[in-house]
Design a binder for this molecule. Structure first.
Ligand code: CO
Length: 242
């Protein structure tokens, strides 16, 4: 039976982030597997409902699976999740026996590969790199600890939720002699968290807090889905289940 790839993410209500972070990831799958159609699904019910009110209809994974089967094809799920957390577990449950690719940060080799991609970004910018991860109450929050443990010098990772808040890296940032920082989301998309929690004008955004602490933070609104080296990792993970 011919296959069809369902590229699944949490989703974002931010049109620019869909254009610059999710679409390029889907296009990368399409280039890597030119004979297999690619379609989109978002797991977030909240985001799908919000988009539906704007007239933009995006399938849930269940809907996408049903459509692919109705077309007589075999669904293959491309997970664009970062960690094997709640969203990924739910997706595995929905997929049942269908193949699902692994999250970006699954094994130690993944952590090393991401660390080296981040080191390139740090080197090209000439600034210390501060990453905003999402974080979670799920046990998979430990993935962020494991990634932190293999990050090279002058790369710092903190999260919006979970245990690894900005405060947990502040002391180490304080020890930097060069106060210039590059801020980036460690998320598939540079969406709401990147725009508001990371770089927004509110006093509790990371940019505001770091500026108040005497740093010179430069936010960069680029999600991982827009970075070719990360796209290659996701493609390798999909290859493994295809
Ligand atoms: Co969130």
């Amino acid at each position: 039976m011919s296959k069809e790839i369902i590229a699944v993410s949490f989703g974002t209500s931010d049109a620019e982030a869909r254009e610059t972070c999710i679409l390029p990831m889907e296009e990368a799958y399409a280039r890597a597997f030119p004979n297999i159609p690619v379609r989109r699904a978002f797991t977030s019910r909240f985001i799908r409902a919000k988009l539906a009110r704007e007239g933009i209809v995006i399938d849930s994974p269940e809907e996408a699976i049903a459509k692919v089967r109705a077309a007589g094809r075999e669904p293959v799920i491309a997970s664009t999740h970062l960690i094997p957390g709640l969203e990924y577990e739910r997706l595995r449950d929905i997929a049942g026996d269908l193949p699902v690719s692994a999250p970006l940060l699954s094994d130690d080799a993944d952590l090393a590969r991401v660390a080296s991609i981040l080191a390139d970004i740090r080197d090209r910018s000439g600034r210390a790199l501060v990453l905003m991860g999402h974080g979670t109450d799920h046990a998979a929050d430990d993935t962020y600890r494991r990634l932190r443990a293999c990050l090279p010098e002058n790369i710092f990772l903190a999260c919006v939720e979970g245990e690894y808040t900005l405060d947990t890296v502040m002391l180490r940032l304080e020890a930097l002699s060069d106060r210039r920082l590059l801020l980036m989301p460690l998320m598939l998309v540079a969406g709401d968290h990147a725009r508001n929690d990371m770089s927004g004008p509110e006093p509790d955004s990371w940019t505001s807090r770091l500026t108040a602490a005497g740093f010179d933070p430069m936010p960069r609104l680029v999600g991982l889905g827009a970075i070719p080296a990360v796209q290659r990792m996701y493609i390798d993970k999909l290859s493994a289940v295809l």
